[in-house]
Design a protein around this ligand. Structure first.
Ligand code: SAM
Ligand code: SF4
Ligand code: SF4
Length: 341
C-alpha cells in the first residue's frame, strides 16, 4: 500500500471509458457544443486492463467504471470480464445514467460486474426533458428495474440536488428507492469543471436535505460505516428502516480520507476531481514502458499528492464557477464528463 503526503492510501480508481454522453445534464454538460477527446487517444480495453493491474499492484481494490456515459462504449461487458480476471480487485462497480441499462444489465452481471449506481435526478419525465435534454425517462426507470432483475442486489441511485429544479422531490425519491429496493444518495451540487452554471444559492446542503426528510418521515439516525472510512456518502436510516446517503461535497468535504483517483478515457490520471492537470499514462504505456516503469511513475506521483480540492474551495470567499467555458474548451480533460465524476 502506498500513501500520499497526508497518509491517504491509494485505494480506489474511477475509470472513464468515454467522454461522450447521451444526456446533457445541466450541472455537468450544459453547453451547446463540446471539444471531444480524439478517438485515437482512447485507451483500448487491453490498455485499461493493464493499467488497472498496475494500480491493483499498488493497493487499489475498488474500480468504478464511469464516463461520459460508460454504456456508450462499445462492448463494455467485455471490459468488465477482463477486469474481473484481476483477483486483487474486490469491488467492481459502474455509474450510469441508466438510459441504456435495460439492454446491458444481464450481460454486465454475467460478466462479473459487482454493483451498479444509476443517476436519477427526477421522477418527472418533463423535468428530465428540460434539465437533461432527453425524453428517455422511461428507459432509465426500465434500466433500474432491469438491474434488479439481472441480480444486482445493491443498486444505488445518485441524485444531484439543485435548488429550484428537484429539491421538492427529495422525499419522493427516497420513497421511490424504498419501493424499488435501491438506496438513494443525494449529492450536493458541486462547482466542478463542467458546471458552468453553478452558483452557491443552487446548492441544497446536507443539513437542509436532512431537515426536509425529517419533516416527511420523522426521526433520522446516522448509520456509522466503520468498514468503509473513505466512502464519500454518509448514511442515514429512517424509522421505517430505509437507508439513504448524502454526499456533502460542498458543505462538508471529505478530502481528509480521500483514497480516490481518476483515469480519463485517454489515459490521463487525475489525483483530485478539482486538479487542473493530470499525469499522462498513455504516453509511457504506448512508448513501451514496462509494468515496473508504470508502477514507479504512479507510486512516485501518489507519494507527492497533497490535493484537497473541495476543502480548498471552502476557503474561496467569492465562490463562482471553477472554470469559465473557454478554459474547458482549451483543455476538455477539466470537464466533469471527461474525468468521470
Ligand atoms: N454518465 C454517468 C452518470 O451520470 O451516472 C456517469 C458519469 S457522471 C459524470 C458521474 C456522476 O457525477 C453522476 O452521478 C453525476 O450526477 C455526477 N455529477 C456530475 N456533475 C456534477 C456536479 N456538478 N455536482 C455533483 N455531481 C455531479
Ligand atoms: Fe449527465 Fe452523466 Fe452525462 Fe454528465 S456524464 S451529462 S452527469 S449523464
Ligand atoms: Fe478527493 Fe479531491 Fe474530492 Fe477532496 S476534492 S474528496 S481530494 S477528489
Amino acid at each position: 500500500m502506498i500513501r500520499d503526503r497526508f497518509a491517504r492510501p491509494l485505494g480506489s480508481l474511477r475509470v472513464s471509458v468515454t467522454d461522450r454522453c447521451n444526456l446533457r445534464c445541466r450541472y455537468c454538460m450544459p453547453e451547446a457544443e463540446y471539444v471531444w477527446l480524439p478517438k485515437s487517444s482512447l485507451l483500448t480495453f487491453e490498455e485499461i486492463a493493464r493499467l488497472t493491474g498496475v494500480f491493483a499492484g499498488l493497493g487499489v481494490t475498488k474500480v468504478r467504471l464511469t464516463g461520459g456515459e460508460p454504456l456508450l462504449r462499445h462492448e463494455l461487458p467485455a471490459l468488465v470480464s477482463m477486469l474481473r480476471a484481476e483477483p486483487r480487485l474486490a469491488d467492481l462497480a459502474l455509474t450510469t445514467n441508466g438510459v441504456l441499462l435495460e439492454r446491458f444489465a444481464a450481460a454486465l452481471n454475467a460478466a462479473g460486474l459487482g454493483r451498479v449506481t444509476v443517476s436519477l435526478d427526477t421522477l418527472h419525465p418533463e423535468r428530465m426533458q428540460e434539465f437533461a435534454r432527453s425524453g428517455r425517462h422511461a428507459d432509465v426507470l426500465a434500466g433500474i428495474a432491469a438491474a434488479r432483475g439481472a441480480g444486482f442486489e445493491r443498486v444505488k441511485l445518485n441524485t444531484v440536488v439543485v435548488r429550484g429544479f428537484n429539491d421538492d422531490e427529495i422525499a419522493d425519491l427516497v420513497a421511490f428507492g424504498e419501493r424499488h429496493g435501491a438506496e438513494v444518495r443525494f449529492i450536493e451540487y458541486m462547482d466542478v469543471g463542467g458546471a458552468t452554471r453553478w452558483s452557491r444559492d443552487q446548492v441544497v446542503s446536507r443539513a437542509e436535505i436532512l431537515e426536509r426528510l425529517g419533516a416527511r418521515f420523522g426521526p433520522i439516525t446516522p448509520v456509522p460505516d466503520r468498514d468503509h472510512p473513505a466512502a464519500p456518502a454518509e448514511r442515514f436510516r429512517l424509522a421505517s428502516g430505509t437507508t439513504f446517503g448524502i454526499i456533502a461535497s460542498v458543505t462538508a468535504p471529505f478530502c481528509a480520507s480521500c483514497d480516490r483517483s481518476r483515469l480519463t478515457a485517454d489515459g490521463t490520471w487525475f489525483l483530485c476531481l478539482y486538479a487542473a492537470k493530470g499525469i499522462d499514462l498513455r504516453g509511457p504505456l504506448r512508448a513501451g514502458a514496462s509494468d515496473a516503469d508504470l508502477e514507479a511513475l504512479i507510486r512516485e506521483t501518489w507519494q507527492g499528492r497533497a490535493d484537497r480540492g473541495a476543502e480548498e474551495r471552502l476557503g474561496v470567499r467569492e465562490r463562482g464557477v471553477l472554470y469559465p467555458i473557454e478554459a474547458l474548451r482549451a483543455d476538455p480533460r477539466r470537464e466533469m464528463h471527461t474525468r468521470g465524476g
